[in-house]
Design a protein around this ligand. Structure first.
Ligand code: IPD
Length: 289
């Protein structure tokens, strides 16, 4: 029987709220000493505990769906075509550890290696982003009076080139090698004046969470997001939101975004009636292919 995406979405939302409560109650000082890339690739006990809760709940409700999570990922695991939950229990762990109130639980479902459901919940701001393939994307603000669920517009103000963009970029945890050189080069070219060969974007932002950057682009709060070195769990949920809001993701190894690819470079551009493709071309023209 085919998977009922609405039922999966509803369970993912319930799990995301519970994950949010766990994150707010957790002690970010409880660092986990597991093996990670380097000293800035931080993992806490909360990351592992939240992933355990999420995987147990989702696997119990949907036993036929595979699971890939940031904290249980092992080299060699590949995202296959079968329905798979792709989960980052705390996206924005560095913010969480420093008490900077911006991180989220990012729950994606991929089917045929394409994002099919995305649920992103930021428990500090009490904002929920959701999308189901073919059914649109929504943002629900829970804090305050009655919760307000708003569709993410497919046609926000048109894009007028990179020079008018508010753009998200991230350092990530790779701090040496060719990927680090690429990042510093792209950031410089985006920020630099036109006279010095740059595109002089309005400004650059780093929310500290790939999923929240993508949600902001999907919601039209930012115009684009570029990062070199994202993982499948960083982008799955946000990618669904982005597409359902009329945005596009370019590069990112479309259809083959398994975690071990060398080139995990992503450019997300928001939905806009005009200027979307031109913006992508201008971006590659400025930063080089
Ligand atoms: C990281 C964050 C960060 C981004 C990295 C991600 P984590 O995820 O989203 O903003 O730059 O590429 O890996 O480690 O906080 O789950």
């Amino acid at each position: 029987a085919s998977l009922d995406l609405q039922a999966v979405h509803d369970e993912m939302v319930a799990v995301a709220y519970d994950a949010g409560r766990m994150i707010l109650a957790a002690n970010p000082a409880d660092l986990d000493t597991g093996t990670k890339l380097n000293s800035v690739d931080i993992v806490t006990e909360a990351d592992r505990a939240v992933e355990k809760m999420v995987s147990t709940r989702l696997s119990t409700s949907f036993p036929s769906v595979s699971f890939m999570g940031e904290e249980t990922y092992q080299p060699g695991m590949r995202l296959g075509p079968e329905p798979t939950f792709v989960v980052d229990p705390i996206d924005g762990t560095t913010n969480f550890v420093h008490g900077f109130p911006n991180a989220c639980v990012s729950l994606g479902l991929a089917v045929g290696r394409a994002p099919a459901v995305g649920v992103i919940y930021n428990p500090w701001q009490d904002v929920l982003f959701t999308a189901i393939k073919g059914k649109g994307a929504h943002m629900t603000r829970i804090k305050g009076s009655a919760p307000r669920k708003l569709p993410l517009a497919k046609s926000p103000r048109p894009l007028h080139g990179l020079g008018t963009c508010l753009m998200a970029v991230e350092w990530g945890s790779g701090r040496d090698g060719p990927n680090f050189e690429l990042k510093t080069d792209v950031f410089r070219k985006l920020a630099a004046s036109r006279e010095t060969g740059g595109s002089m974007v309005h400004s650059l932002r780093s929310l500290g969470s790939a999923a929240l950057n993508m949600a902001a682009v999907a919601a039209g709060q930012m115009d684009a997001y570029w990062e070199g070195g994202c993982w499948a769990w960083d982008v799955c949920a946000g990618w669904c939101l982005l597409e359902e809001a009329g945005g596009i993701m370019v590069s990112g190894n479309p259809g083959d975004w398994h975690p071990e690819l060398e080139s995990r470079v992503y450019l997300a551009v928001r939905g806009a009636p005009e200027g979307q493709r031109e913006l992508v071309e201008e971006f590659w023209g400025v930063v080089g292919d």
